[in-house]
Ligand binder design. Sequence first.
Ligand SMILES: Cc1ncc(COP(=O)(O)O)c(C=O)c1O
Length: 339
Amino acid sequence: MIDLRSDTFTKPLPNMLKAMWAAEVGDDVFGEDPTINALEKKAAALFGMEAAVFCPSGTMTNQIAINVHTRPGQEIICHEYSHVYNYEGGGIAFNSGCQVRPLAGPRGKLEANSVAAALQNPLDMHAATSRLVVLENTTNKGGGACYELSEIDAIKSICDEKGLGLHLDGARLWNALVAKNQKPSDFGSRFDSISICLSKGLGCPVGSLLLGSNEFIREARFVRKKFGGAMRQAGYLAAAGIYALDHHIERLSEDHAKAKTLADTLKSSPWIEKVETVETNILIFNLKADKNIVAFNSALKAEGILHIDMGQGKQRFVTHHDVSFEDIDKVCQVIGDLA
Ligand SMILES: Cc1ncc(COP(=O)(O)O)c(C=O)c1O
């Protein structure tokens, strides 16, 4: 199998498993798991933020953040492609009783002018109160696109001026940091809360972290408990996270190179209408209208190549450490051989 469905399919490599096996653990509900404590401290320091809390998933870290930032009946501004809006099971409504104002924008990115135009009048009792802006970096459905810091600054100044919180769904922020040569502290200084995932390109089996101020994370721990996400000897999982932060960030550039190689092949295929610009490890492309999508998918599947059909004609490849450069050559050859 050459599994290009998602970087969430990565399995822990032998050295990560060794680190997990050697972890010192304790009961984290009592704050006594030394490995979780070390991971939370390490991540917070890396981003220059006060505190962090370890959670089972990126969905949970996003949902906890939204819950801490908002009150029921308020409004959250996010991109129409965003994970928090499309792929978290309606969690914003279910967990926090808020409504969403989804906005369009290039490649899954919000633009400051459309955020400003979407703000509700705080003096109008008919309107929900605009409370939080959520950005996603890199964008998933937007094809792995990255924000420029200046684009974030323009949105942040609106949030600061109007008293809105700014949350980052940084499930794949690591890919953006490597691709754009940015620092974690560039983000820690700009956002009120950040969710980062360890279980995508970094290759951990489980785990995400929510970062914020001491007060924000203290409240987040209460919400994590209510959501059933407070774990016991989860230091075995945190050990994988520490290993990944130390060893798996720089190598993400290899995944980006693999995605670019795939894009070059797709661009020269008579089957393909459009290939979106590759910035990181996600590649979105469309087939020509006269080509049969079922035939395309079957041809890849017959060679053991898996990918995702995102609907509306969009196909997605995601590269990661469990797909080698040789695997990529094989995919290129299969696409090149399509009649
Ligand atoms: C952009 C983005 N945010 C959040 C998540 C949620 O992460 P998890 O699967 O750990 O809940 C994902 C998962 O793929 C994602 O792509």
